[in-house]
Structures are given as structure tokens and as C-alpha cells.
Design a protein around this ligand. Structure first.
Ligand code: HOZ
Length: 428
């Protein structure tokens, strides 16, 4: 038994499954999760000091790379000033101003402690604003783990093969209408059937919880037009795509203005935080201004706010995102060439610093297509890469992330490792 195995056995005694979030458990790929002790730049290190080139980046927020000195300094200064006050702070205002400037769809924004709280609160707000109960979500999209959103969900739910959770009362789930992703006709038909009853449509405008899908412009445009004509609230869940696919997120990419936007861990540079914001008319319905209650002692935590503001200062550098894209073009081009060399069906996609890997030569544009990818090839690829010091998400349903700290040498090392692993897959 390795030292890492021993850690996992110890963790399982008092932590269900040994993990505090299911996608960490390696259920989708088999084997023992690697216990990480520290991280710097593009790398994370296990308890025996072995380094891995990290393409998860704490599921998105480490866009500058781990332990970036500018962010760490901000956190150190903030920690000296106190960890939590439960009062307003000037730092919340600074971050709110920054977010609303970068994403002009938001007149106002409310901080939370996680993306789950952001989406849960946005749904409640949409229901309170419209006086309607039904919400629309899409198959394979994951919006955190509040009850009404755990229906046909992605991420860990897909990894575990249980897209609808036990413990969600049928009375809650009956208000959630689930439609196929990237299908404008299904959206139109739903609004015809449920005209005047839909409070909100919530969508990952770039899906990152069923691998990565960049939907058609027509799908996003249809969401906007149907919500506008029916009086429903359009909610973009940009917990994964926000500030990752580009500074202005998916809404800037598509040129579509949602009514509400949900953000997550990236706005605290990796510290626990989330946010939701949007049109003033809707946001003014939240307590203390309006009747929709929403609260949190740790919301807008001063460490998270000061870390986030430090990160935003660097994200706004003119070439920040084009450099990420250049790195991903090199990486994904190299992976694709290696797969082709060995005859392994393989495709990639990317936007900004976010990417998807698909073991298929078929379609990759909706939930069914992703489910049809070769899961056995992914497992072999994941473990082969892990053995070679490359850390990918332990599920074929999660998007990958690159950071500003990834070097050309990291990328080339990854391509060389992939070449070896594709050769093994081809010979199996
Ligand atoms: N599901 C998120 C990533 N797609 C966060 C990871 C988690 O659930 O722990």
C-alpha cells in the first residue's frame, strides 16, 4: 500500500467516500484519488513531493496559476486585517464595481459563498420577480447542488451515473422542465406549451459539466428571444465560463445579454465565493430592498474579495486571454496530432483558457454526443497521463483549464506524454 493509499483509507473513516465532493473520488476512472499538499504555478504536488502539471486549476479559478505572488500578498495583507467581520466592507464594493464594469449585463451584484448559492438564489429571485414557479434547465448542465437543479444534471452526477439525485422531493422536481441542450426548437416548443408559467431559463452558455460544449449562436439567441417575449428571466450560469472563456465570459462571446448571471470560485481567485447579478429591476427585489430573502454570514468574505480584486487587476492586461488561447492552440494541436498519428478517434475544443477533450470522431455538440464518446479510452488516457505527471479532471464530463503559469515546456511535456499514451490505447 502506498502512502497515498494510506491517506485515502484514513480519510474514508470519517469522511463519506474519503472526499468532500464526489468528482474528486475517481469513481469515473477507477483507482485512488491523489492527495495534494501544495501547489505553485502550473503544478500541484502530492504528499511525497511528486509534481503534476495541473489542467484542473481547482475546477477553474486558478487562471493565474497556483500561489500567484500578487494574489498571495493580497491574502496575507487581508488576513492580517481580520478574517471575517459579518459587516459591509469596502472590498465588496470594489469587486462589485469591477464585475459590473467587465460584465455590463449586471447593474447590481450580490456576493455569496459558492456557485451553488449563487444559482439557488438566482432561481429564487427569478421566481419572486415573476411570480411563476417553473424553471427550465438543460440536460447535462450542472448548476450546483440545490434541490430543484439536481434534475438530469452534469458534472459529478454524470460521473456517478445518477443525473437526478435521491432526496429531491417530486414536488420540487415537478417545477423543473429539462430540455435537450443546444436545441432551439425544443426551447420554442416548451415556451409554447408553458406560456406565461416559466420563471426562468438557466443555462451554462458554454457547458463545462458535460465535457465542454460551445453551443450554436442560434440556441443562445433563441433563449434570449423566447425569454424576452414570454417575460421569463434568462439566467446565464457562468460559474465555469465567466472570466475563463474570455474576460467578458460567454455573454461577451455570444453578444447576448442575460437578465441574471451567476459567477463562482474564480471571482475569489480560488477562495470560497460566488455571486449573482443582473438588471437593477430584478436585483432590487432582493432583501433588504425587496421581498426575496437571501443572506450569508461569509458572503463577500474580505479575504476572498481582496484575492479576487488582485486577480482582476492582472486579468485585464490586454494580451492576457490571447496568450492563454495561444497556449491552448499549441497544446490541443499537439494532442490531436499525436492521436491522429496512432489512429485514436479524438477531438478537442477550446475558448479562452477552457478546453474539452473528446474520444470520438463523431459529433460533440450536445449531451447525447458526449455520452457516446469512448469512456474506456478516456480512462486509459487519464491514468496514462497521471502516471506521467499530468493531472486531468478524473471524469470525461469535466472541462479542462489552462493558466497563465503554464509554460511551453509544460505543454510540450504533456504532448510527449500523450503521444506515449495514445500509442498504448491504439495497441490495446
Ligand atoms: N462540478 C464542478 C466542476 N465542474 C466543481 C467540482 C465539484 O463538484 O467538486
Amino acid at each position: 500500500m502506498t502512502a497515498n493509499d494510506t491517506l485515502f483509507e484514513a480519510a474514508k473513516i470519517h469522511i463519506p467516500g474519503g472526499v468532500n465532493s464526489p468528482v474528486r473520488a475517481f469513481n469515473g476512472v477507477g483507482g485512488t484519488p491523489v492527495f495534494i499538499e501544495r501547489a505553485r504555478g502550473s503544478k500541484i504536488y502530492d504528499t511525497e513531493g511528486r509534481g503534476y502539471i495541473d489542467y484542473i486549476g481547482s475546477w477553474g479559478p486558478m487562471i493565474l496559476g497556483h500561489s500567484h505572488p500578487h494574489v498571495i500578498e493580497a491574502v496575507k495583507v487581508a488576513a492580517e486585517d481580520g478574517l471575517s467581520f459579518g459587516t459591509p466592507t469596502p472590498f465588496e464594493t470594489t469587486v462589485a464595481d469591477t464585475i459590473c464594469r467587465i460584465m455590463p449585463s449586471m447593474d447590481k451584484v450580490r456576493m455569496t459563498s459558492s456557485g451553488t448559492e449563487a444559482t439557488m438564489s438566482a432561481i429564487r429571485l427569478a421566481r419572486g420577480f415573476t411570480g411563476r414557479d417553473k424553471i427550465v434547465k438543460f440536460e447535462g448542465c450542472y448548476h450546483g447542488h440545490s434541490d430543484s437543479l439536481l434534475v438530469k444534471a452534469g458534472s459529478g452526477m454524470l460521473t456517478l451515473g445518477v443525473p437526478t439525485s435521491a432526496g429531491v422531493p417530486a414536488d420540487f422536481a415537478k417545477h423543473t422542465l429539462t430540455l435537450p441542450y443546444n436545441d432551439p426548437e425544443a426551447v420554442k416548443a416548451c415556451f409554447t406549451e408553458y406560456a406565461g408559467q416559466i420563471a426562468a431559463v438557466i443555462v451554462e452558455p458554454i457547458a463545462g459539466n458535460m465535457n465542454m460544449i460551445i453551443p450554436d449562436q442560434a440556441f443562445i439567441d433563441t433563449l434570449r428571444s423566447e425569454c424576452s417575449s414570454d417575460g421569463a428571466v434568462l439566467i446565464f450560469d457562468e460559474v465555469m465560463s465567466g472570466f475563463r472563456v474570455g474576460l467578458g465570459g460567454a455573454q461577451a462571446h455570444f453578444g447576448v445579454t442575460p437578465d441574471l448571471t451567476c459567477l463562482g470560485k474564480i471571482i475569489g481567485a480560488g477562495l470560497p465565493v460566488g455571486a449573482f447579478g443582473g438588471r437593477a429591476e430584478i436585483m432590487n427585489c432582493i432583501a433588504p430592498l425587496g421581498p426575496v430573502y437571501q443572506a450569508g454570514t461569509l458572503s463577500g468574505n474580505p479575504l476572498a474579495m481582496r484575492a479576487g480584486q488582485a486577480m482582476f487587476e492582472l486579468l485585464e492586461a490586454p494580451s492576457f486571454y490571447s496568450e492563454l488561447e495561444g497556449k491552448l492552440d499549441h497544446l490541443l494541436g499537439g494532442l490531436k496530432a499525436a492521436a491522429d498519428k496512432h489512429g485514436v478517434p479524438f477531438k478537442t475544443c477550446r475558448l479562452g483558457g477552457m478546453f474539452g477533450l473528446f474520444f470520438t470522431d463523431g459529433a460533440t455538440d450536445n449531451y447525447e454526443a458526449v455520452m457516446a464518446c469512448n469512456a474506456a479510452h478516456f480512462k486509459q488516457f487519464f491514468h496514462g497521463m497521471l502516471d506521467r505527471g499530468i493531472y486531468l479532471a478524473p471524469s470525461s464530463f469535466e472541462a479542462g483549464f489552462i493558466s497563465a503559469a503554464h509554460t511551453r515546456s509544460d505543454l510540450d511535456h504533456t504532448i510527449v506524454a500523450a503521444d506515449e499514451v495514445f500509442a498504448l490505447i491504439a495497441s490495446a
